[in-house]
Design a protein around this ligand. Structure first.
Ligand code: HEM
Length: 403
């Protein structure tokens, strides 16, 4: 399936000029574009709204089972993307059909029992703690000192970790996401910590997510539950952190949101929704594998081909987003949490929403005259085609004492 003008996923325009890149890809390739992964491995990127709907709506034709991939013979053991699709791991990410439905229900039930008021309370407390540490300085980097720390602190608390374990888990998580040479050490620390908590909660259950995974996951092995808990924190922390940063960036750089900096609550929700359409934290997901030859977006797709889900491409499809200057309001028909049977579990979306909204509101309440400390054009995206966030968000504000 190699196509001569396929777009490498390492193309820097995935960070620097995404909107134009997608326009050009649509012009040159239509709604399903050929792309090249590390080592020139071919795949398809689904960019059309209708096509993404079709793919996510048919888990039998477009399966989550990466074992179907026709390229496995060309993949070396040290291929950098292997951890994203190694189906030998006993995690929900590599299960299909009835088994997937059961595991998905365990996760949803465990997350559903999180009390929204308690969640809001934890998010406020940790957000205030982080602001206390920076508010007297008059300047800060809201990525490293705030957004990259907050979601994991809250998730650790919901899972049942004690507050003293929080900072170590935050470091492990950020190493997994950003520090290639420490990623494995981060993974090991996170895995051991969750394993230990799991063993404790099996003996002595409490009112937390890990205990509920044990209770509802009757019939699943400790290893399976451990992997699913790992997926929940890894899939949960970074997109929520990026949702906070991308929304704050929008509010600080786009005049349409200036009112909210003086207290307008609606605009926080509007900015967060706008980000899900325009600047999706998960902008490409690892996707699906095709079970039999088919046609998609006018292309012939072969059994065993890999389809990456172009969430941001579909969100900005001119067929649905005819005028990008109009705010999306409450319209949530975007793909930013996925769609269909395999998508971000609804209670996970709600948890992400509470953490992100609280995180943004606390910044605006505590640092009311906050402003960008650098020109908007100099803000740099994290070098990843998959997760869309900023490297730094430098801001300045009138110093205020800690509470
Ligand atoms: C802004 C925040 C978030 C975004 C944008 C996001 C986005 C997504 C997307 C797009 C998928 C689907 C991937 C696919 O189609 O293959 C997904 C799956 C998943 N997400 Fe989220 N997510 C967020 C927060 C969270 C949180 C807070 C949690 C858990 C506490 C979580 C847990 C999961 C899990 C377990 C899956 C896998 C579901 C499955 O395989 O059935 N996510 N997420």
């Amino acid at each position: 399936m190699t196509t001569p003008d396929a777009v490498p996923l390492g193309d820097p325009r995935f960070q620097t000029d995404l909107a134009r890149l997608y326009r050009e890809m649509r012009r040159d390739h239509g709604t399903v574009a050929p792309v090249l992964l590390d080592g020139d491995i071919p795949a398809w990127l689904v960019l059309g709204y209708r096509e993404l709907h079709q793919v996510t709506g048919d888990p039998v034709l477009f399966s989550r089972d990466s074992a179907l991939w026709s390229q496995w013979d060309n993949i070396p053991d040290d291929w950098p993307l292997l951890p994203l699709l190694d189906h030998r791991q006993p995690s929900i990410l590599f299960t299909v059909g009835e088994q997937h439905r059961k595991r998905s229900a365990v996760i949803s039930n465990a997350l559903n029992s999180v009390d929204p008021f308690e969640l809001r309370g934890h998010a406020e407390r940790f957000a205030d703690e982080l602001i206390d540490a920076l508010c007297s300085e008059g300047e800060a980097d809201l990525v490293a000192q705030y957004a990259a720390l907050l979601p994991m602190r809250v998730l650790a608390r919901l899972f049942g970790f004690s507050d003293k374990d929080g900072p170590g888990l935050v470091t492990a998580l950020n190493d997994i996401v950003d520090a290639q040479e420490r990623a494995l050490a981060g993974q090991t620390h996170l895995g051991r910590s969750i394993q230990q908590l799991l063993a404790e909660r099996r003996k002595d259950p409490a009112a937390d997510v890990v205990s509920r995974m044990v209770a509802y996951g009757d019939g699943f092995s400790d290893e399976e539950i451990l992997h699913d808990l790992m997926v929940m924190v890894i899939a949960g922390h970074q997109p929520t952190a990026d949702w906070i940063t991308n929304s704050l960036r929008l509010m600080l750089t786009d005049g349409r949101f200036a009112a909210s900096l003086f207290g307008g609550r609606n605009s926080v929700a509007e900015a967060m929704n706008e980000v899900l359409w325009e600047d999706a934290p998960v902008q490409i997901t690892t996707g699906r594998w095709v079970t039999r030859d088919t046609r998609l977006g006018g292309r012939h797709i072969r059994a065993g081909d890999w389809l990456l889900l172009g969430v941001q491409g579909a969100n900005s499809d001119p067929q649905v987003r005819t005028d990008g200057s109009v705010l999306t309001g409450g319209n949530n028909a975007h793909f930013s949490f996925g769609h269909g049977e395999i998508r971000c579990p609804f209670p996970a979306q709600e948890i992400a929403e509470v953490i992100a909204r609280t995180g943004i509101e606390v910044v605006l309440d505590r640092l009311p005259d906050i402003d960008l400390a650098v020109p908007a054009e100099s803000l740099i995206r994290r070098p990843s085609p998959w997760l869309r966030g900023l490297m730094r968000l430098p801001v300045r504000f009138t110093p205020v004492p800690a509470r």
